[in-house]
Design a binder for this molecule. Structure first.
Ligand code: NDP
Length: 309
């Protein structure tokens, strides 16, 4: 039966772990592991791994293969499943270093089909796999309060639960391999809908002379509220701060995965197909580096109406 798991309270100090991908969310996740387990890190841009290792007193590895050698668990947190598949192969790849009986935990927000393919390849070598994407943003990663949604076998999750608990507060087995990624993609598609729809509504209200702050005050005491209306738009749009914590390009990737997933499941999905297209256009117009909430800038640009405090 799928559902919540009771926590295993065994010290993970004896576990040897490799972490690959010290990006915006990967680095704070790995920082918790650094305090708890025997950790080695690898990052494509080596300087980031060296700086991380110096700060947290852990070791770096020169290649994914070297990072994986002798480790019981390997965690990846890369942009997409494509990069995860790419670090598996070649003389320096993970597969060259991973041992039978070890586990690959993929915290990337990846796609279900790639995860099933990766899991099948690893199973041939006696290596376990779970997809374990996270939600809660950089702040949640820093606080160690992420939600982790897992696809895979219960026994595999149980064996690495202590590791996930170092950065996760709510850890849920969603179903077989790929289901963690499917759930994450649907969650982020909802995030995209909330940002976009709140942006459209607030632009129109601002045009009509309603102060966005007053409008949000009402919406957040009413049934239209969401994390976008309660937190993202007041803190990032009204203030014009637009901090860069989660790239729009990554959210666009998640929404595209959700749109594909809904088509595969043969669920008619005009809203989620449309939001995938809108975020694709937003990335083309705004670029690879902007934050996801900056999608609102596109609405403002086309409406010729700023949403400010
Ligand atoms: P970033 O863009 O900040 O970091 C990406 C990481 O992947 C970096 O370590 C980067 O290395 C590495 N990387 C990129 N391309 C390659 C490659 N070809 N080969 C090897 N390594 C590569 O992303 P985030 O940390 O924000 O996101 C990571 C994952 O977590 C994504 O799937 C994202 O959707 C998900 N996520 C992010 C959240 C957030 O708030 N940021 C929230 C929840 C999930 P380098 O340093 O060399 O560039």
């Amino acid at each position: 039966m799928w559902g919540h798991f009771s926590r295993v309270h065994i010290s993970p100090a004896h576990m040897s772990v490799a972490f690959l991908g010290l990006g915006a969310i990967g680095a704070p996740m790995a920082s918790h592991l650094a305090k708890t387990v025997d950790l080695v890190v690898w990052n494509r841009t080596a300087e980031k791994a060296i700086a991380f290792a110096a700060r947290y007193g852990v070791r770096t590895a020169p290649t994914p293969a070297a990072a994986a050698a002798g480790r019981s668990a390997i965690i990846t947190c890369l942009p997409t499943s494509r990069e995860v598949e790419a670090v598996l192969d070649g003389a320096d790849g993970l597969l060259a270093g991973m041992s039978r009986g070890s586990t690959l935990i993929d915290c990337t927000s990846g796609d279900p089909a790639s995860s099933r393919r990766i899991a099948a390849r690893l199973a041939e070598r006696g290596i376990c796999f779970i997809d374990a994407p996270v939600s809660g943003g950089v702040v949640g990663a820093e606080k160690g309060t992420l939600t982790v949604m897992v696809g895979g076998e219960q026994a595999t999750l149980d064996s690495v639960m202590q590791l996930l608990e170092t950065f996760g507060k709510k850890i849920v087995l969603a179903g077989p391999v790929g289901c963690g990624h499917a759930l994450k993609a649907v969650n982020n598609a909802l995030l995209a809908v909330h940002i976009w729809s709140a942006g459209e509504g607030l632009a129109a209200l601002a045009r009509a002379g309603v102060s966005p702050a007053a409008a949000l005050d009402v919406i957040n005491a009413s049934s239209g509220r969401s994390n976008a209306s309660e937190n993202l738009i007041p803190q990032r749009v009204l203030t014009r701060a637009f901090p860069r914590t989660f790239r729009l390009a990554l959210l666009e990737k998640d929404v595209a995965i959700a749109a594909d997933f809904l088509r595969e499941q043969e669920v008619p999905s005009p809203v989620l197909q449309q939001i995938a297209e809108l975020f694709r256009l937003a990335r083309v117009e705004l670029g690879e580096e902007v934050d996801h909430v900056e999608a609102v800038r596109l609405i403002e640009r086309h409406a010729r109406q700023e949403i400010h405090g």
